[in-house]
Design a protein around this ligand. Structure first.
Ligand SMILES: [Zn+2]
Length: 217
């Protein structure tokens, strides 16, 4: 059963009510949810459903979102419950996820064709970590330039649009940059990102570089 993804209808939704549709051990599935399930390089949301602590959120192959509880589920099928996500954590993740796309495009501007899209990565409330293929090595001066360009773009208060097409694919677009496919959650304007620092992380392997982004305000 597919869970209705409220985080796409409104990524700023923090609270919702829904009926329990499945329970299993320490997991509970609802008919709809604004808890983002881990995937697409973004961590799963945490929060509470009634008084039960949600420690992670995942999605199965059928599209069911499972809220993983700290304890055995106290809920029963058909019960109406209220959920609240950990908003501070989610909002920082949304700001960083949006920043990561802007930094990527500015890296392409600076590094040119040697800069390939991130091969893998994970964004949470503390950092975006994206592993790029960089067979020719990374020039630190150029990385600094990409950071400056990204912060310049962010400071322009540019709208960010996200939508679902007829095939169910999610799109991300910030004016002046190419569109990309992304199922994560994002802010609506670059002004919400503030300012970022772009750093070289621990080298993930030969020919690869880890680029880390943190919020500085
Ligand atoms: Zn995204």
């Amino acid at each position: 059963m597919k869970t209705l993804p409220l985080y796409w209808e409104d990524p700023y939704m923090r609270e919702f009510k829904a009926k329990v549709v499945k329970v299993e051990g320490n997991k509970v599935a609802l008919e709809r949810s604004c808890f983002y399930p881990r995937g697409g390089g973004q961590v799963g949301d945490t929060g509470v459903i009634e008084k039960a602590k949600v420690v992670d959120t995942v999605k199965d192959e059928e599209g069911t979102t499972w809220h993983i509880l700290e304890t055995e589920t106290p809920f029963h099928v058909g019960q109406e419950v209220s959920g609240v996500i950990d908003w501070d954590k989610r909002y920082k993740t949304m700001r960083l996820h949006s920043a990561a796309h802007i930094v990527y495009y500015k890296m392409v501007d600076v590094f040119g064709s040697q800069c390939k899209p991130p091969a893998s990565g994970i964004v949470d409330s503390l950092k975006d970590r994206s592993d790029y293929l960089f067979p020719e090595g990374l020039d630190r001066e150029k990385l600094k330039q990409a950071e400056t360009l990204a912060n310049g773009f962010i400071a322009e208060n540019i709208p960010i649009k996200t939508w679902t097409d007829e095939e169910g694919i999610r799109h991300w677009l910030s004016e002046g940059l190419p569109e990309m496919h992304c199922g994560g959650t994002h802010v609506k304007n670059t002004s919400e990102i503030g300012h970022v620092r772009v750093e070289r992380g621990k080298k993930p392997g030969a020919g690869k570089e880890r680029i880390e982004i943190i919020l500085t305000e």
